[in-house]
Design a protein around this ligand. Structure first.
Ligand code: SAH
Ligand code: F3S
Length: 483
């Protein structure tokens, strides 16, 4: 979600404040998208009430949970390796340890996990975390436990997640769960269920709690945030059946974003992920109007060829996507745009691939997340289409896409040199303990000498130089608008 898949975070073990009365130890590790990392915080909160404190030491854990990702085969392979590691620790060091699989792989493989991967005691899908206390008592009685039921309502809106490994400054807040889009390559609709939105009041309450604890930036999270629609509860697809009153008082994403921006004028807001087919112009006007809504849109495109987009069941053409980008650039001239792209979707020709490259040139993406197509069992593409682009062709096309993106990114980042940007200080720079690191509104990492500034402050930084994707500068003062 930052998008979504932050390679630096993969496999991060999460730790939270310790509760003195808790005696059991939970080791929880997360893979995949930001939604998974956010869900792990919900799980840790639920288990905190059940006597578990988190630990970073695998060997001493009573319970090991891995929050899993199914988006590509490689993600699943990484998790299988981790399961082997847990198995070894359980066998050699800590036989009483229980192991559970959470998230998308749990949902996709269900009982298969208990039957085939003998080491797993517990399998819990993304909508069943509130059932964890019951499932754990089954496990404690020596039985395997599984709940992979997908829900029409569950949004965990009533659970206040504990912030794990947090910098105390930026946090994710989930606003929708699931996805109804059925892109033909994607496993998410199968593993995360139907799309539902969380009640605005509970979102605003969570943001209030974060504000009270000193947080300064919130990223509103969903598989497709533009599709957010609250009309009193229920699935997005059932909106047609809602009463006139429900329809009249419904809240769409642009309204939610505006409510956040107005209610918390000194909190910065980002959101992810946008889907071109659902992005309304009103959202662009909200971004343009409010200083505290960041000038950054993650706008996955997947392919630059209309024919491939159709095969992928993306509900827009190349030209419609370009028109949306034109609109973004007119309404928010400074906006950063990033992409997701897939190389080698079934039937993709050299011609289609060239269209992807030319679309990238047209849009001038600031950065992107680029993947080679990985067939996922059960998806429409897997059932109806042959995975017919040879591996070496996929690899070469992906490399061409990555190289082009790198070239474009360099010129895009340079545009800030000489400018003054507003940076929220998040942490010490990795490269130097004398420098702070944070991001500007356009989501570009910026480092500068610490002087007397502190984490959590909004600072105006004059940009002197850039290396790769990082801006370097010097603070010229506090941001009056945000402090
Ligand atoms: N709407 C989601 C998309 C989740 S998947 C979001 O919040 O970002 C993230 C990205 O993974 C997709 O945009 C797509 O580019 C890529 N992806 C999904 N399924 C894939 C597959 N089968 N093979 C390769 N890449 C895939
Ligand atoms: Fe997947 Fe498409 Fe939804 S990529 S998450 S089905 S928008």
């Amino acid at each position: 979600m930052e998008k979504v898949i932050d390679e630096n975070k993969q496999g991060e073990t999460l730790v939270l404040e310790q509760k003195n009365t808790n005696t059991k130890k939970l080791f929880i590790e997360s893979y995949g998208c930001a939604m998974n990392f956010s869900d792990s915080e919900i799980v840790a909160s639920i288990l905190n009430e059940q006597g578990y404190n988190t630990t970073q030491v695998l060997e001493e854990a009573d319970l090991v949970l891995v929050n899993t990702c199914s988006i590509r085969d490689k993600a699943e392979q990484t998790i299988r390796k981790r399961l082997e590691k847990y198995n070894a620790v359980k066998r050699d060091v800590n036989p009483k340890m229980k192991v559970g699989v959470l998230g998308c792989m749990a949902e996709r493989l269900k009982e298969q996990f208990l039957e085939q991967e003998k080491i797993v005691d517990l399998v819990v899908g993304p909508d069943a975390y509130k059932d964890l206390p019951n499932l754990l008592s089954e496990v404690e009685d020596g039985r395997d436990a599984i709940n992979v039921i997908l829900s029409k309502e569950e949004t965990y809106g009533d659970i206040s997640p504990v912030r794990l490994n947090s910098n105390g400054v930026t946090a994710f807040v989930s606003i929708t769960r699931g996805c109804d889009n059925m892109c033909t390559f994607c496993v998410v609709p199968f593993t995360r269920g139907r799309e539902r939105s969380r009640e605005p009041q509970s979102i605003l309450q969570e943001i209030q709690d974060l504000w009270d604890r000193g947080f300064k930036e919130v990223c509103l999270l969903g598989q497709n945030v533009d599709s957010y629609l609250w009309y009193g509860g229920g699935l997005k697809k059932d909106f047609d059946k809602a009463s006139e009153m429900q329809k009249a008082t419904s809240v769409e994403f642009a309204q939610l974003l505006e409510m956040c921006a107005i209610q918390f004028p000194k909190m910065r807001f980002r959101f992810s992920t946008s889907n071109p087919q659902d992005m309304h112009e009103e959202v662009l006007h909200v971004i343009a109007k409010y200083h505290n809504v960041c000038n950054y849109i993650h706008l996955p495109v997947q392919s630059g060829s209309t024919r491939i987009l159709k095969e992928m069941n993306r509900q827009h053409t190349r030209e419609e996507y370009m028109a949306l980008v034109d609109k973004i650039k007119t309404i928010i001239p400074d906006c950063t745009i990033s992409q997701d792209l897939i190389a080698g979707f079934p039937t993709e020709t050299e011609e289609d691939h060239k269209e992807t490259l030319s679309l990238m040139e047209y849009v001038q993406y600031d950065f992107g997340y680029m993947f080679s197509y990985s067939e996922r069992p059960g998806t429409l593409a897997a059932r109806k289409m042959e995975d017919d682009v040879p591996e070496e062709v996929k690899k070469r096309r992906l490399q061409e896409i990555v190289d082009l993106q790198q070239k474009i990114s360099e010129t895009r980042t340079k545009r800030f040199v000489g400018q003054i940007v507003e940076v929220l200080i998040e942490k010490e720079s990795k490269k130097s303990k004398d420098e702070w690191s944070g991001k500007n509104s356009e989501n570009v990492v910026t480092v500068f000498p610490k002087e007397n500034f502190k984490v959590g402050e909004f600072v105006l930084v004059k940009i002197k130089d850039c290396t790769g994707a990082t801006l370097k500068g010097e603070a010229v003062g506090y941001s009056e608008l945000m402090n």
